[in-house]
Design a protein. Structure first.
Length: 149
């Protein structure tokens, strides 16, 4: 009888915990995430004149900044779980290059971020696709040209 009761309690807990909002679990965990990588290809020596910063994609706010070390590496730690763009910034605060977005809601550490301006960032592809979809929707919504009868 004791085994049945334990099994029933465990089953009830599993069912109830599956119905709790994710925000309650997130608040209870207070997990932080880290973004680590290199910007050697884009920054010029001395690398310490450049910084990498994490920008929260949803809020648009800078969540963390770290100067590059003498090897062109960075490690931005203590970030709340979210999606981030990593920006390479020169000493004047000008954005040199952007990498990402990185979804850090399902992993605690991303340690292979390579900031490279030579390739088109995924964010630009997404923006281009959204613009093309909007143009297509506008054309379809207006129907055929009025001069073709």
């Amino acid at each position: 009888m004791n085994t049945r009761r334990s099994l029933a309690v465990a089953l009830a807990f599993t069912l109830v915990s599956g119905t709790l909002p994710a925000s309650l679990w997130a608040g209870a965990q207070q997990a932080t995430v880290s973004l680590r990588g290199t910007a050697r290809e884009q920054a010029k020596k001395p690398y310490e004149d450049y910084s990498a910063r994490a920008r929260n994609v949803q809020q648009g706010q800078i969540a963390g900044t770290m100067a590059l070390d003498m090897f062109g590496n960075f490690s931005i730690t203590g970030l709340p779980a979210a999606s981030y763009l990593v920006e390479l910034v020169d000493r004047n605060g000008k954005i040199v290059c952007t990498e990402g977005p990185f979804d850090m809601t399902r992993q605690a550490v991303r340690d292979n971020v390579t900031i490279s301006c030579s390739k088109v960032p995924a964010a630009w592809w997404l923006l281009g696709a959204a613009a093309a979809a909007g143009i297509t929707a506008g054309i379809v919504a207006t129907g055929p040209a009025s001069g073709s009868q």
